[in-house]
Ligand binder design. Structure first.
Ligand SMILES: Cc1cc2nc3c(=O)[nH]c(=O)nc-3n(C[C@H](O)[C@H](O)[C@H](O)COP(=O)(O)OP(=O)(O)OC[C@H]3O[C@@H](n4cnc5c(N)ncnc54)[C@H](O)[C@@H]3O)c2cc1C
Length: 303
């Protein structure tokens, strides 16, 4: 309920005006690694020193025209080049609407292909984030096309709150691929998504097991310590090799837990977003936790 309200309010123009104006000083900086690639690389180096890999996300979604989509593609080519030059342990995550998906499928496909080709040339990897449900099928379709061209260099996010995901996962896993399992961060109707948290949580654990049993490399992307405990038990009982999975968390959330997992010898990765276009990302982070909104509101009142 809280989540629905915040995600709804995020579309309100008055609210967005206030948050865009004051958000960075009042909490967004916790979740965003600065405005520039340089600052994100600095954060990456620091995380690498703690034994944690990174996935870099240049913030932005739903670009308005072809020029913006091409610029977004170019920014990812630059990130991959910079990862190569600075020899940090990082790959990239991107959103297809930033590559122009809401404008034209051909445009998004061409931009995605260019970025994944560059990743393949550098023996690196691109993760396609999953956005809201109108884009699910088309995102899966583009992922499959690009995977056929560059297997091993592209992976997809699948969301546990969607009823369809177990079926998508079984179909997509022939042959096995690389998936990140998340709960899902958008406002979705009950026609497509489980409305209750316990159902999402159970489906999350079921999907992680399904993904591993089907032979996929699987990113377990959650901050939910109860779920991490359930998954660890399953991993140990079934002797799943450590190369087949990694734990992932968002920048600014529960780093100590991830660090502990890294110390125990598990592969770990932090999702590090950077850039000017942080608003939509920040609203989703607030929606995930009531105390994030209280923190923001208190800071606003104190001004
Ligand atoms: C690496 C990564 C990539 C992701 N990519 C996508 C994607 O492509 N598409 C998509 O829809 N979603 C994505 N998400 C977001 C995901 O769907 C969830 O919205 C988010 O992870 C919160 O769910 P949770 O699994 O942590 O569980 P929750 O039940 O929401 O949270 C469990 C606990 O974690 C802590 N926590 C969670 N979120 C926050 C927060 N924002 N601030 C402070 N504490 C918090 C709280 O202690 C909370 O009680 C991604 C998440 C991660 C970690």
């Amino acid at each position: 309920m809280f989540r629905e309200v915040v995600l709804g309010l995020g579309n309100n123009s008055v609210v967005s005006g206030v948050v865009k104006r004051y958000g960075m000083q009042m909490g967004a900086a916790r979740f965003v690694a600065g405005a520039s690639l340089e600052s994100a690389i600095q954060v990456t180096r620091d995380l690498n020193r703690r034994g944690i890999a990174v996935t870099l996300d240049h913030l932005g979604e739903a670009v308005k025209d072809e020029g913006e989509a091409l610029a977004a593609k170019d920014s990812y080519l630059t990130i991959l080049q910079e990862i190569q030059t600075s020899a940090v342990n990082a790959n990239v995550s991107l959103k297809l609407t930033m590559m122009g998906l809401a404008l034209s499928m051909d445009l998004a496909r061409a931009n995605l292909m260019a970025v994944v080709k560059q990743a393949s040339d550098f023996n690196n990897f691109v993760r396609i984030d999953m956005e809201d449900s109108p884009y699910t099928a088309i995102t899966i379709g583009l992922f499959e096309e690009v995977w056929r061209a560059f297997p091993g260099h592209v992976g997809l996010v699948l969301q546990a709150y969607l009823y369809r995901t177990q079926e998508d996962l079984s179909r997509l896993s022939v042959p096995p691929k690389n998936f990140r399992i998340v709960k899902g961060a958008y406002r979705e109707p009950v026609a497509v998504a489980f409305p209750s948290k316990p159902d999402v949580d159970d489906n999350y654990v079921a999907l992680v097991r399904q993904s591993l049993e089907l032979g996929n490399v699987t990113a377990i992307a959650t901050h939910d310590e109860m779920i991490i405990g359930r998954v660890l038990k399953y991993l140990r009982q079934n002797n799943i090799p450590k190369e087949q999975f990694e734990f992932q968390m968002l920048y600014g959330v529960k780093l100590a837990v991830l660090e502990q997992l890294a110390k125990e010898g598990y592969r770990t990765r932090v999702y590090v977003p950077y850039g000017q276009d942080w608003y939509a990302y920040y609203v989703r982070r607030i929606a995930e936790r009531p105390s994030n909104l209280l923190f923001f509101a208190r800071a606003l009142i104190d001004r």
